[in-house]
Design a protein around this ligand. Structure first.
Ligand code: GRG
Length: 296
């Protein structure tokens, strides 16, 4: 990873973590338990890739920092909720996330469900704040876009396909659709949020959404490769889980070399989508490489 990208990712991660910490202030009494569980799910590490994409997309249009940060934090809250619920016994039944016990292991199932619900709900409250954008029409556009990306037409829909009996028999097109919804929709929202905040032209909006779609797919292929090539210690969650479940994945359908080639083709396509932004989009171009070269 280039030193510039590494420093920029670290700075964003730090900024987002501080903002989440500020917003999820601990409370005394029984209600405090759900806040503690939300903090456990939102403050224990994570690459903060989605917030980074919001902030860098917004930077292309010189969006004021606090507006981009609000949209970034809202998206990270939704991402963290999805991980908490995905780890539950009724879904992935995972014990480890980001190298720590999952929220239901550290607390209990009911508290983990509420912590996810709390983060999801709070995300929309953040977008509704006037500090996110002075124009209510822009705030509504952000709310609608996040609902689209996170809901049944996006991530929730992808998760439903992932849990369906048909899941293991999916062909390559089926896997692409599943992943475009389950992982891709929130990544696309990250770049679209920057475009909305920045008042992008339709062509700029399309370019950023297209970049994010290619990036999201490359990200998922890298995830499948990490599942077979990474270690549990690197990943902060059990490695080899997909192979163990006999799941249809990009690696199973394309082989390791084929999956890697596909990811590289997608990286090049993603980078090309940013041509009109010239050197202002250099960090986003580097992010596409980072996404496939990451080890966690
Ligand atoms: C419960 C509605 C609902 C949806 C869950 C995103 C998701 C859908 C499940 C996560 C399962 C998973 C491990 C998917 C692989 C790709 C992915 C989203 C990995 C986690 O995202 P990273 O790598 O995580 O950005 P960090 O910890 O860095 O934030």
């Amino acid at each position: 990873m280039s030193r510039t990208l590494e420093a920029a990712l670290a700075a964003t991660a730090d900024q987002v973590t501080r903002e989440l910490d500020r917003r999820l202030a601990t409370t005394a009494g029984p209600r405090g338990r759900v806040i503690e569980a939300m903090r456990h799910g939102a403050l224990n590490g994570g690459k903060r890739l989605r917030p980074f994409l919001v902030i860098e997309s917004a930077r292309l249009f010189d969006v004021p920092e606090q507006r981009a940060l609000n949209a970034a934090v809202a998206l990270e809250m939704v991402h963290c909720y999805s991980l908490i619920h995905d780890d539950l016994p009724a879904m992935d039944n995972a014990d480890l996330r980001r190298g720590k016990p999952t929220v239901h292991k550290a607390f209990d199932d009911a508290t983990a469900i509420l912590a996810g619900d709390g983060l999801l709900t709070e995300a929309f409250a953040v977008l509704a704040e006037p500090e996110t954008h002075p124009d209510p029409a822009v705030r509504i556009a952000l709310v609608a876009a996040l609902a689209q990306g996170a809901g049944p037409a996006g991530m929730v829909g992808g998760q439903m396909i992932d849990l369906s009996p048909e899941r293991n028999g999916l062909d390559l097109e089926g896997i692409k659709e599943l992943q475009a919804l389950k992982t891709g929709a929130l990544i696309e929202h990250a770049c679209v949020a920057g475009a909305i905040l920045g008042g992008a032209s339709p062509a700029q909006h399309q370019a950023l959404a297209g970049y994010a779609r290619d990036l999201g797919l490359a990200f998922q292929i890298a995830d499948d490769l990490l599942d077979v090539e990474g270690t549990t210690e690197q990943l902060g969650k059990p490695a080899g889980a997909d192979a163990g479940n006999d799941k249809a994945t990009f690696v199973k359908l394309l082989g390791v070399a084929g999956a890697r080639r596909q990811a590289e083709t997608l990286v090049a396509a993603a980078q090309q989508r940013l041509d009109s932004f010239k050197e202002r989009a250099d960090l986003l171009r580097q992010t596409a490489i980072f996404v496939v070269e990451r080890r966690s």
